[in-house]
Write a protein that binds this ligand. Structure first.
Ligand code: GDP
Length: 446
């Protein structure tokens, strides 16, 4: 899967990573090519557009890391963005909610999507890998051959199927499956619903009726990955009508483009849980966004290299800062960084609440009105200072103070509070810095 896209992208990035310096135009050109590659892979237009925009924004705001080339950094950004588009805020890949036995799993999808095959593949996986006792039941009363097919697959993989009773309707079968699963001590029972060539009212009504009696823990939609955008549309429809908890993309062994996989999460908000990679019973893989992003880009070495470089730089920066703080150097740039960090971490309260022993201080900070709004005002004050003033706050005499306060639309008294805060935090940082150097231990021994 993804071969075509992968080839296209590696063409784009091979060029980029070999260049020493990158102009904004270089990045723009590369991203245009990425966009075309995504569209050719049948990724939906809004998803491709958002993707490129997100990469562009991140690439522009990115600090240049010395030991890697800008092109390598762009690769890393693209990798992270791929992961994001595949996963959203991912739950664990392939995790199914199947506690409280017997847990019902409802399998839905169009005819020919690979639903019955996937039901059996998943049953095999659950019984082999997770040691679950699984019961499968076919609800496809329109097509006796489909019921037979599941029974045959069940025998083949050694998973029980619910005996077929002629003339029973799908809801009755679902009830009988539940009964049998409960009596027989099964962990999971899988309901393979009827498919049709298109989504129609009867199909939806039937699936909904089964859903209502079975109350499934998971409703997995099986869609044919080869159908690209259509697969995403089908998923949107099924989700709207029946509600699905996850998607299985089949025939990914034949899909060199992978557009369905790339758009699914962004368009439907539903996670891809598994991909089918062949007709054999073991051809089912969990969908792991990290690994798949790596596979698409095929540049794992570069991604690892940039990650390492970023870690080193962060550590070096932190160390340099700590050294300065220990010497009592804490200027307005440092304060601004701290304030911005606080906003990121959920305000003063969030930050201090996380540090042991700081809970009380957090409450005090809240009393003092140190919420986000105030933090932002303080940042505005700092932004109103000149470079020189930020580095040397002691320069701030009356006339400068007036100008700065006015520039930020605030009062000189607000600025005085900020200056006091800078001094106090500077002191605190100095003390904390000393504690870090083993000072705490020395104090304790005294
Ligand atoms: P259903 O009508 O949705 O139940 O579809 P089936 O499970 O009967 O599958 C239809 C055909 O697709 C069968 O020939 C399967 O072997 C094949 N199939 C299912 N999943 C995959 C897959 O991941 N890759 C490939 N290559 N074929 C698949």
């Amino acid at each position: 899967m993804f071969e075509n896209l992968s080839e296209r992208l590696s063409g784009v990035f091979d060029k980029l990573t070999k260049q020493g310096a990158l102009s904004e135009d270089d990045v723009k050109t590369a991203l245009r090519e990425v966009r075309v590659a995504l569209l050719e892979a049948d990724v939906s237009l809004p998803v491709a557009r958002d993707f490129v925009k997100a990469v562009q924004d991140k690439a522009t705001g990115q600090q240049v890391t010395k030991s890697v080339t800008p092109g390598q950094q762009v690769v890393k950004i693209v990798h992270d963005e791929l992961k994001h588009v595949l996963a959203g805020d991912n739950e664990d890949p392939g995790e199914l909610k199947i506690d409280n036995p017997p847990a019902p799993i409802l399998m839905v999808g169009l005819q020919g999507s690979g639903k019955t095959t996937t039901t059996a593949k998943l049953a095999l996986r659950l019984s082999q890998k997770s040691g679950k006792r699984v019961l499968m039941a076919s609800l496809d009363t329109n097509r006796p051959a489909a019921m037979e097919q599941l029974a045959i697959l069940g025998k083949q993989i050694g998973v029980d199927t619910l005996p077929i009773v002629k003339g029973e309707d799908p809801v009755a079968i679902a009830k009988r499956a539940k009964q049998q699963a409960t009596l027989g001590g099964y962990d999971v029972y899988m309901l393979d619903t009827a498919g049709r060539l298109h989504i129609d009212e009867e199909l939806i009504a039937q699936a909904a009726a089964v859903r209502d009696v079975a109350n499934p823990r998971e409703t997995l939609l099986v869609v044919d990955g080869l159908t690209g955008q259509d697969a995403v549309n089908v998923a949107e429809n099924f989700d709207r009508e029946i509600g699905v908890t996850g998607v299985v993309l089949t025939r990914m062994d034949g899909d060199g483009r992978g557009g369905a996989a790339l758009s699914m999460r962004a368009v439907t908000g539903k996670p891809i849980k598994f991909v089918g990679l062949g007709e054999k019973m073991d051809a089912l893989e969990t969908f792991e966004p990290d690994r798949i992003a790596g596979r698409i880009l095929g540049m794992g070495d570069i991604v690892a290299l940039v990650e390492k470089a970023q870690e080193t730089i962060e550590a070096e920066q932190a160390e340099r800062m700590m050294k300065r703080f220990q010497k009592g150097q804490f200027n307005m740039n440092d304060l601004k960084m701290q304030l911005e960090q606080m906003i990121k971490m959920g305000g003063m309260e969030g930050l201090m609440g996380m540090m042991p022993g700081m809970k009380k201080m957090a409450a005090k900070a809240e009393e003092a009105g140190l919420d986000d709004r105030i933090l932002k005002q303080q940042i505005a004050l700092i932004q109103s200072m000149t470079k020189k003033e930020r580095a040397n706050p002691q320069l701030l005499q009356a006339s400068r103070k007036k100008r700065i306060a006015k520039g930020a639309g605030m009062e000189v008294s607000d600025l005085n509070k900020l200056l006091k805060m800078q001094r106090q935090m500077g002191d605190m940082m100095k003390k904390m810095g000393k504690m870090g150097k083993g000072g705490m231990l020395k104090q304790a021994m005294r």
